[in-house]
Design a protein around this ligand. Sequence first.
Ligand code: F6R
Length: 607
Amino acid sequence: MCGIVGYIGKNQAAPILLDGLAKLEYRGYDSAGIAVYNNGKIEFAKSKGRLQVLSDKIHGGDDVTGTMGIGHTRWATHGEPSDTNAHPHLSSSGRFAVVHNGIIENYITLKKKLQDKGFEFVSQTDTEVIAHLFEYYYQGDIIDAVIKVINRVEGSYALGVLCSDYPDSFVAVRKASPMIVGLGDNEQFIASDVAAILKHTRDIYYLEDNEIVVLKADGVKIYNTDKEEVEKEVSKVTWDIDAAEKGGYEHFMMKEIEEQPTAIRNTVSPRIQNGKIVLDSVSLTTEDIKNIRKIYIVACGSAYHVGVVAKYIIEKMCRIPVETQLASEFRYCDPIVGSEDLVIAISQSGETADTLAALKEAKNHGSRILSIVNVEGSAIAKASDDVIYTWAGPEIAVATTKAYSTQLSVVYLIATYMADKLGLLTSGEYKKLVDDIQRLPDMVESVLKDKDYIQYLASKFYNCHSIFFIGRNLDYAVALEGSLKLKEISYIHSEAYAAGELKHGTISLIEDGTLVIALATGSELFDKTVSNVKEVKARGAVVMGVTTEKEDMRDVADHIISLPAVSEQLMPSLTVIPLQLFSYYVASNKGCDIDKPKNLAKSVTVE
Ligand code: F6R
């Protein structure tokens, strides 16, 4: 979702801003713009469409001189994608230029008030009120103006603000929307995330809500809303720039699919020491675990699908009731959650607005929050009592793969850790699970070797209008993810169904030639799924079986994808791989924009 970059230093700002915005393209956007301070005034350029359109318009930035500026990629929320609605937005006098990520919830009231005072609006955006508010409140001191503006606006914001009265500094502030500050050598940056500025610096400040940053070429100062200077610790980014580049792959998605063995290893290895699971960052004692009444899992999209896997596994292994809920539903359903409950929030970005709100709702009810997050220092991580980082490295493709897989690995670690503390595993069972968790990276690697066969299957089926995924239990949980992946990037309609539920309605959609992908890895329910396959076959379906138990499935399915066997609880990590690959190759055959599917954003920071 919207991306922000800001720069001040000795170099021409516009090319640096365009380059930084290119690194944020993965977040999803529909228009882009920059504003640069030049000789006492603010110059700007904005365009609907791809960043390249903007870049062409200003000749890669060459046309815009000046060494301080702000840039933005917009993902439309208020008002259609257009040149006018693109950011930056300028105040009427042109003194202020503003870029904004987030939503101003009271913008209608503010707009009305400003219009009554004679301010004229040119766009349909909520952001424009901020530019005019700056003009309204400004009395010669930019920090005072920031404080007044943020006192008036409700909602979420990361703001970068240029003021033509300040030739050698600009300001930024955030609340509930991501923004970091990059500290360079005589050049400073703001950005929505590290990838945008990593080639310039690894020294970062993570901002708290409503900390106001003043950036000058030779340094950065941070103030609170009482205008007192705040001391902050500099964080070092440890991952490499290569991790945020394609490195020879045609798409980030394939690179990230292939990175899964390494990513899972990075997640798991440091947390298994001498055959024991060690969760340093989790402060739950054995007593706390014994006293958990219920576990709620809140998340969105693929992270929610990890939560569905977690429900099956934790309930089976720990005998604690688990309710997995979509964060956007949980936050508004007046949940029956309290201090005896553990709430697990799962999020790659750590910034998803609904997950953050659900977590806060649970916190208000006194629950303890454990989060599984990829991005360090993100809002969800900060708002949690305990955090287990997935350490998957930056995920750039909009459709998640390695974040999903590392979240699954954390779920296995938590379930096994808790089941052990609850005395529900024999030492042999514990050892087998821990060994298998450690073997997962190699096993995922071996499944990835089947790429060519999956590519062949995709070339046969990429013209389908509708594809069904079925499975039971954990296979159903993975079916949800396989179906979402396919829909997101190939735009083919798809449904995931619990195999036993098909005959209660959806089977009416099966006709001659409909592709059904049947997942059957659980031994207990294998025969039941094979029966469901027979039912769809009898109605003309073409079936692709994904299974460890080949023989019976081979008799009924048209195509078989074989998986190696591992402890059944861990099978989702293997089952999902062919589904990711299938979606990728189907989308590739259809010529889709795989890394940036239409209408989707990587980090969903609005409701
Ligand atoms: C799907 C996908 C999304 C995210 C969802 C939650 O491929 O990536 O469904 O899983 O938007 O995002 P995070 O994990 O950042 O909270």
